[in-house]
Ligand binder design. Structure first.
Ligand SMILES: [Zn+2]
Length: 193
């Protein structure tokens, strides 16, 4: 991880999930490919694919998946506002989310010993749990020296979001693929002159 900043691990998990939920569930473009919402009846599969890890396989109803998809839409607005410099708007949305999901800090035993700070929701349901965690993660990112690290891909028509973990805040694209597409277009434009 040379040349990259280190998010604390819990903050990294929740902001990374926030990012992947937006990219999997909100319409727009991934590179040049249009992204449609998951077909009715398959939303839970799409959300589960984002959340699943080796040691975490959540059960999800379609209603819960719908609620997390609605959350993804609002998280996209946070990324869009923050990356366009309207941090006040991003902060307002995050404050609303914190309140709605009842995010509350709590110390839990860490896997390797010691304690780790987590944010829990008003109850232990999957929607409030992830909603609170994501809202708190975005709040910590915006309210710290990590502000300015929430980005939207600059390689139009792509509008997938990313977290810039580079030291110099130099990331502009969601992926290498988008970066190469822009480089190739610049190269073609130059060689035509
Ligand atoms: Zn992109």
């Amino acid at each position: 991880m040379t040349g990259q900043i280190h998010f604390n691990s819990h903050l990294w998990v929740v902001t990374d999930v926030a990012c992947r939920l937006v990219n999997a569930l909100t319409t727009g473009h991934d590179g040049t490919r249009p992204v449609e919402p998951p077909p009715v009846g398959h939303q839970a599969d799409a959300v589960r694919a984002v959340l699943e890890r080796d040691d975490y396989r959540p059960a999800l109803t379609e209603d819960q998946a719908n609620a997390l998809t609605a959350l993804a839409e609002r998280v996209r607005e946070v990324f869009t506002a923050s990356s366009s410099g309207d941090v006040a708007r991003a902060a307002r949305i995050v404050n609303d989310l914190l309140k709605e999901f009842g995010a509350a800090p709590r110390l839990d035993p860490a896997r390797g010993g010691g304690w780790t700070l987590h944010f829990h929701g008003r109850d232990t349901s999957i929607v409030l749990g992830w909603g609170a965690g994501i809202a708190a993660g975005l709040a910590m990112a915006i309210g710290s020296d990590l502000a300015g690290r929430l980005g939207v891909c600059q390689a139009g028509p792509c509008d997938r979001v990313y977290i810039d973990t580079s030291y110099n805040l130099g990331k502009r694209f969601c992926s290498r693929r988008c970066q190469s597409r822009v480089k190739a277009a610049v190269h073609r434009a130059k060689s035509k002159r």
